[in-house]
Design a protein around this ligand. Sequence first.
Ligand code: GLN
Length: 503
Amino acid sequence: MTLAKLSISELRVALDSKKISAVELAEYFLARAESNADLNAFLHRDRDLTLAEARRADAQIANGNASALTGIPIAHKDIFVTRDWRTTAGSKMLENYISPFDATVVEKLNAAGMVCLGKLNCDEFAMGSSNENSAFGAVKNPWDKSRIPGGSSGGSAAAIAAGLAPAATGTDTGGSLRQPAAMCGITAIKPTYGRVSRYGMVAFASSLDQGGPMAKSAEDCALLLDAMMGFDAKDSTSVSARENNETPISARLLTAFGSDNRSGAGVSKPLAGVRVGVPKEFFGVGLSPDVAHAVDSAIAQFEKLGASRTEISLPRTRLAIPAYYVIAPAEASSNLSRFDGVRYGHRAKEYKDLADMIAKSRAEGFGAEVKRRILVGAYVLSHGYYDAYYLQAQKVRRLIAQDFQDAFKQCDFVMGPVAPTTAWKVGEKSNDPVAMYLEDIFTLGVSLAGLPGMSVPCGFDQQKLPIGLQIIGNYFDEAKMLAAAHQYQLATDWHTRSPEAFQ
Ligand code: GLN
């Protein structure tokens, strides 16, 4: 088996037993990234920096000070600021930006001894569902290079699917961890809002933005999430969770449902007593029959593992798109006002006066989708429209969160599709923003409610494109969600498949 196929724990064994060094491992992934540069997954790589980190990891391993992640390579979505690498957020506005500090997530993963392979492409300021909004070009889906990898964390998902990195960070404001994971056949989890620090994540919509891990399996995501999460005084919405200091999530994968599940795969009904709620609104018109079939079979597999299935209702599902596409642009218009050609980033070369300098810098620095959001956001926040749009959307947001709480009275997890379709062709929806927004129907509610949600590979459509199952948990239920997903992955092999061209 090639190194690209190994899980984090398998790589750990290889490193600890000195079968391979962190430097060799980093070299291996850098070479894969180099020879697959046409995917456009990486925006910045720096061999010397990566190898210096790998040497430090090797020293740590030699000293017997290795943690579970020491020497394991990772790449970061280019929305996490880094002191050593440029951070562009996929925007011309930040083309040459170097941050004076590392994001908390980056700092934590560095402290765990992970080796950074570079920065990954994404939609500009994380706005998009296809990665086509990056100022540095679209990312290709490794399963079919004529298709999009999903977005906005498209570079992260493509890099893992193609085996260019065993792990990556991503962010999810309305689905950007889950949807690209689904479209590239990998596993990702968006944690409960506030669980992973937003400090040093270039802001899009602050009440929704949440970082999380992307990898090949739930087990790998658990290891990464353990290292990423935790209270951070530098993030005003960081939760001082009661759970933060208890047993790591990765140590609870086989015990999260009680001691009866200890033997994992050996137990025939490890998920006995777990109630899965399936919202009828997630299976309506617009859902591809192949996606519906794969998701239904995945839920049947959970039943085989002992879970029970009940139909539930999330009646405000259809309101998630209008509410999100008011709230997210409103927050974006405010967050992006800092890009004025003075404090950060791009400044126009020629201008008449201050106002002209700001206008030209913003006109040149931002792409079309970002401008569209700033316009919509400024509009819905303006006098006379605030009550009609923004305030109304906030009320709908509360009702959507309430729908989930009503659902969780009847079930432990909500399960359904991540997206209505599999990956579409590059260019297919790029001139129709509304068609693109409609793809977010199943992920936005979770974000508006601040709930944890994950995507788990569960099959392929007739064109051999991957399909993701969405698992939604209640607040702080990440350990249970990852444990349930882990049981599913012990019983199935969808998550082990990789595109033929990238074995
Ligand atoms: N597709 C959604 C948007 O464009 C979500 C993006 C995200 O989660 N960052 O806003």
